[in-house]
Design a protein around this ligand. Sequence first.
Ligand SMILES: NC(=O)c1ccc[n+]([C@@H]2O[C@H](COP(=O)([O-])OP(=O)(O)OC[C@H]3O[C@@H](n4cnc5c(N)ncnc54)[C@H](OP(=O)(O)O)[C@@H]3O)[C@@H](O)[C@H]2O)c1
Length: 264
Amino acid sequence: MKILVTGPRGFVGARIIAAMDAIPAPSLRDATEDDIRRLVDQVEPDVVIHTAAISDISACAANPEASYRANVALPLMIARAVPKPILFSTDQVYGGCAGEGPYTEDETAPANLYAAHKLEMERRVLDANPNTVLLRATWMYDMPLYGTANRGNFLVNMLRARELAFSAAQRRGVTYVREVARLMPKAVGLPGGVYNFGSENPLTMLETARWLADALGLDIRLTDAGPRHPLWMDCAKARSHGIDFPDTVAGLRQCIEDYNLDLR
Ligand SMILES: NC(=O)c1ccc[n+]([C@@H]2O[C@H](COP(=O)([O-])OP(=O)(O)OC[C@H]3O[C@@H](n4cnc5c(N)ncnc54)[C@H](OP(=O)(O)O)[C@@H]3O)[C@@H](O)[C@H]2O)c1
């Protein structure tokens, strides 16, 4: 099976490329629909794993047009051009839902522009190509990877800071991105539709941060950031297809072991 990965130098794409026998796509920042069709005619992929996006919530809010182009129009061009697109969405689509969660795939209420664009994208690509697999990802983490941009993430932020605030009310999954890469072959085999795709987490964000600080013996002051909306996903639908993410604490344990991070 020929797999093309967009955003191969990005946070998620770089890990997918390293884990799978896949072809890296060129940058699609200025690509037209014709460019995408030419690329697909040339590579003839069976599957495209599309990770290229503007994934930063503030960057989307600051430039709604760019967000729409990258997060709605570009995925739509891809969904129209390939037989089996695998696209990334976000747990942010639950940011305005009633109740505490965990939320299933059908109860969405985006509370920021990034999430609204991702939800619009989900609906439009499924209309255009019902084979599309949409993966709603949680916040993901890893150690920095040589040769790729090193944006902050939960783990790196915790290792760098002396003081951080997390909500004692917000429940939210946080996922080891290498688990995402490990499970991509199973995601490729999913029937078209929307899937919550990540680690579940019954702990609050402050409890999760405290767990990590204790596990690594970090010298960090953790305080309560106050109320934040839960983004806690129920991942039973993906699990019923064999997508077996560890829960957030088990994923963090795996990452600590992989990198020998506990140096005490
Ligand atoms: N990271 C997370 O924690 C997280 C959480 C939930 C969901 N997601 C979703 O998961 C997917 C992958 O996220 P990521 O963190 O890997 O993203 P990323 O590293 O921020 O970006 C991936 C790639 O997107 C391309 N890109 C940047 N701006 C673009 C634009 N204006 N138009 C087209 N392409 C552009 C860049 O590739 P080139 O330089 O080659 O153009 C970049 O390397 C995204 O759909 C994101 O929304 C991520």
